[in-house]
Design a binder for this molecule. Structure first.
Ligand SMILES: C[S@@+](CC[C@H](N)C(=O)[O-])C[C@H]1O[C@@H](n2cnc3c(N)ncnc32)[C@H](O)[C@@H]1O
Length: 387
């Protein structure tokens, strides 16, 4: 496909997405219908769609409309590209620009627009991140780096990097998270690589790894990953020598790949269904990787940035409080309750912890850390609660 045809495909997909189709479903449907598209075409179309979703608000203003055409036009104008070289009307390419499209578009009018945030959210986002707000919002406009976790249950981080290099995957190391490896070249080869298939590495954001690194894990500890989802954190916990890990989730289907992933990683994770977990405590450590806005990871799932509403945020903070209360009841008397979110909003983080310690006066917050959105990882928050 020529570049303009890839843009036309992105235009059609963006229109499907704005009509309500989930992003991945739209992309998969297009790939199935487009047998002529090679892997390079699919990757390029995906990149166009994701960039336009990350920067939807500013591209719509610059391009003059929030339609697929308006967003691609905004993207071209923003990057200094020549729209007339793309909107040619040639076969499979975008139709020529109308007079209204040529004369449309305007300069960005506010910080919320400049940093691609919904108006209602920008004050809360800015207040939550303070000095880091602009840098974090700008980082959310860019593509996320790909991070791997070296699975120390198999090999060292250096051995994993060498194995990746053998498959032409070029990496460097995170400066402060001792398991994290950043992929610089060859990211599309990861899942087929020997290092991945032999369990030397797992895909996991660096801040997510930092949350696990901050835990005071000791041999012999019994640990529960209470919101295990796909099990990324369960696997990281289980890679710590001598730690016994149970995983649970309100939706057990999310954990269906966990046994295979644990086998590949050479670790043991006991999967508990939601009924069993209530009787499986107490645990020395309970990790609550809570359902959240995902605002620290919006560059990976940009549609979520535009879908969040104040009502949805209120619902989420209610669920977080409920999950924390349930998890506290499963934590042993001298144990640790660790709370984490891939969110950057105070309502889900520090305020959630303050509300918890106000509801449970025997508990206190022993440790708290947050990570802004940056080239070194997603936005994350964690707090350690003890009584
Ligand atoms: C942020 S995701 C977890 C991601 C996962 N820990 C990882 O590292 O891949 C939050 C998870 O919490 C689960 N969840 C939501 N409400 C819950 C509840 N009341 N009890 C337990 N899990 C819940 C969701 O099903 C979802 O899988």
């Amino acid at each position: 496909m020529i570049p303009a045809a890839r843009m036309q495909a992105a235009i059609e997909l963006l229109d499907e997405i704005s009509a309500g189709k989930p992003v991945e479903q739209a992309l998969t449907g297009w790939a199935r219908r487009s047998r002529f598209a090679g892997s390079g075409d699919r990757a390029a179309v995906r990149d166009h769609v994701f960039e336009a979703l990350r920067r939807k608000r500013s591209f719509a203003a610059i391009g003059g409309a929030a339609t697929g055409r308006g967003l691609m036009l905004g993207a071209l104008r923003q990057s200094g590209g020549d729209p007339s070289a793309v909107f040619t009307g040639a076969r499979h390419c975008p139709a020529p620009l109308s007079d209204a499209e040529q004369g449309g578009g305007r300069d960005l009018a506010s910080d919320a627009e400049r940093y691609d945030m919904p108006d209602w959210l920008w004050p809360e986002f800015s207040a939550s991140l303070g000095d880091e707000a602009v840098a974090s919002a700008a980082a959310l406009q860019r593509r996320a780096p790909v991070w791997l976790r070296a699975n120390l249950a198999r090999k060292t981080r250096e051995a994993a990097v060498r194995a990746l290099a053998d498959d032409n995957i070029k990496c460097d190391l995170h400066p402060s998270v001792s398991t994290a490896i950043r992929v610089l070249e060859g990211e599309r080869k990861i899942t087929a690589s020997t290092a991945f298939r032999d369990g030397l590495v797992e895909l996991q954001d660096a801040s997510s790894q930092a949350v696990i690194a901050a835990l005071p894990l000791q041999p012999g500890m019994r640990v529960l990953d209470y919101c295990a989802g796909g099990g990324g954190k369960s696997l990281a916990l289980a890679a710590t020598r001598g730690v016994q890990v149970c995983a649970s989730d309100i939706d057990p289907r999310r954990m269906r790949d966990l046994p295979d992933r644990a086998a590949r990683a050479g670790v043991i994770v006991e999967v508990l269904d939601p009924d069993a977990v209530a009787h499986a405590g107490p645990f020395d450590l309970v990790l609550v990787d809570a359902p959240c806005s995902g605002s620290g990871a919006w560059r990976r799932s940009p549609a979520a940035k535009w879908a969040l509403t104040q009502d949805r945020l209120d619902t989420l903070t209610g669920i977080q409080a409920d999950v924390l209360d349930r998890a506290a009841a499963l934590t042993s008397a001298g144990g640790l309750l660790a709370y984490a979110t891939c969110a950057v909003l105070s309502a889900e983080n520090t305020r959630q912890v303050q509300d918890f310690t106000a509801r449970h006066t025997t508990w206190r917050c022993a440790f708290e850390q947050s990570w802004p959105v940056s080239d070194l990882g997603d936005g994350f928050f964690t707090a350690h609660l003890t009584r």
